[in-house]
Design a protein around this ligand. Structure first.
Ligand code: ARG
Length: 462
């Protein structure tokens, strides 16, 4: 057992320092150093408030302010010796502050605890990431929107069960993702509104007997208000969970688009060509061009959703208020946020750079009897058949075309009439894919006019 000297921050009642293993399991400085700028911002706001309230002198507050600036630049320039013995970012900063300014540093922790400090720092960090996620999503939406605009009327097969269903437009398909990522941005925005309350001043758990001004620190840190219950303030990690939940749903959407890009860029589909900039090669097969970025984006949901589950498990069953379990919140959120930002940026780059192969899309759209519904609708509209009967008649024609190895428009009129005597030459007008999509004018439908109208709506919003 290694015996250490007492901890300078809390060692007063201890006879010996912690065992090396204790230090190893206890320390968070290895990862929470990422919170240094939030930690220093929180301390600056706190010190200024303490002085304004007459709790510390203005000369001490000034020394603290200056000293924190020095510590900030030391950490930022990589010129800072982090100590595991000092456990976390909060004590590392404070200890260095003491070296820089002397005893005044000891007054900074008045009316404050690491419990409200870490809750504040982490909220500020998650809030920044929430904003970054929204900007990443907006950039991706814009990339999808330009794809939609370029191919508002390009025809492609629409799928259900990954079986050709009905022709749709490329623009419409791109806009489906614009909607999804729009909801994601909305979820991050909603979470931000709830997270924007300041825990600082809740102190250890019960508040403080010093005459602090929590409204002032909340305002200085850009929060809407101080949190209303000190117990809740130090024990709440909902803001991180909501961030992870929004990130998980967003990652799920990204994985669906990624999967489509993997399928579409395959030799069998050739719906899109991914740029060289966002593809990789094989070390053995010279012909290969692999959609690795899409595959990795598809996989990111694993760690992001994993983080969501992990933090939920950490928090469940914790009696109020703070428990050290909660130190396990940060690595999960850091990793999930890093993964999400990278996935969003990579997807934006891929979408921006990719080329849709218009001819292949249209060719695929015309196969697989994709206009069978149009034929059934024609039978309803023109011959007054009930839709169920029209469905049946069309099914017989599909079977006939399949047996002959041709498409629906290749059947001659006599063959058409064999399924229903009322069918006339007019029917051929609805069997083409262009007419099919142009007819789907219902609001939110795939007709190019509709697509262009939705593009215009989104352009105003973005
Ligand atoms: N490093 C700690 C964490 O991340 C800071 C809070 C410590 N509080 C305490 N009472 N030991 O949660």
């Amino acid at each position: 057992m290694t015996e250490k000297t007492q901890n300078t921050m809390w060692g007063g009642r201890f006879a010996t320092g912690p065992d090396a293993i204790m230090e190893a399991i206890n320390a968070s400085i290895g990862f929470d150093r990422r919170l240094f700028s939030q930690d220093i911002a929180g301390s600056r706001a706190h010190a200024a408030m303490l002085a304004a309230q007459g709790i510390i002198s203005s000369s001490d507050a000034e020394a603290i302010r200056e000293g924190l600036l020095t510590v900030f630049s030391e950490i930022e320039s990589g010129d800072f010796a982090f100590s595991t013995g000092l456990e976390d970012i909060h004590m590392n900063v404070e200890a260095r502050l003491k070296e820089v300014i002397g005893d005044a540093a000891g007054r900074l922790h008045t009316a404050r605890s690491r419990n409200d400090q870490v809750a504040t720092d982490f909220r500020l960090w998650v809030r920044d990431q929430t904003d970054a996620a929204v900007s990443g999503l907006r950039a991706l939406q814009r990339a999808l929107l330009s794809q939609a605009e370029a191919g508002a009327d390009w025809i492609m097969p629409g799928f259900t069960h990954l079986q050709t269903a009905q022709p749709v437009t490329w623009g419409h398909h791109m806009l489906a993702y614009v909607e999804m990522f729009g909801r994601d941005a909305g979820r991050f925005g909603d979470a931000r509104v709830r997270m924007n309350e300041c825990p600082l001043g809740a102190a250890a758990l019960a508040g403080t007997s010093f005459p602090i001004d929590r409204h002032a620190t909340a305002a200085a840190l850009g929060f809407d208000r101080p949190s209303a219950n000190s117990l809740d303030a130090v024990s709440d990690r909902d803001f991180a969970l909501e961030f992870l939940a929004a990130a998980s749903i967003c990652a799920m959407h990204l994985s669906r688009l990624a999967e489509e890009l993997v399928i579409w860029s395959s030799a069998q589909f050739r719906f899109v060509t991914l740029s060289d900039r966002f593809s990789t090669g094989s070390s053995i097969m010279p012909q290969k061009k692999n959609p690795d970025a899409a595959e990795l984006i598809r996989a990111k949901i694993g760690r992001i959703m994993g983080a969501n589950v992990a933090l939920m498990m950490v928090m469940k069953g914790l009696a109020l208020t703070y428990s050290k379990d909660m130190q396990e919140d940060k690595e999960q959120v850091f990793d999930a946020a890093d993964s999400l930002m990278l996935a969003l940026a990579a997807m934006e780059g891929m979408v921006k750079d990719m080329t849709a192969n218009r001819a292949n899309l249209e060719k695929a759209a015309a196969s697989g009897f994709s206009t069978a519904t149009d034929l059934a609708d024609w039978l309803v509209r023109t011959l007054g058949l009930p839709f169920r009967d029209a469905h049946h008649v069309t099914g017989r024609l599909v079977a006939l075309a399949e047996a002959k190895g041709c498409d629906l428009p290749d059947l001659d009129l006599d063959e058409m009439k064999s399924a229903h005597s009322g069918i006339t030459q007019d029917v051929y007008g609805v069997l083409g894919v262009h007419n099919s999509v142009a007819s789907r004018q219902s609001f939110g439908g795939t007709a190019p006019d509709q697509v262009r109208a939705r593009i215009a709506d989104w352009k105003k919003r973005l």
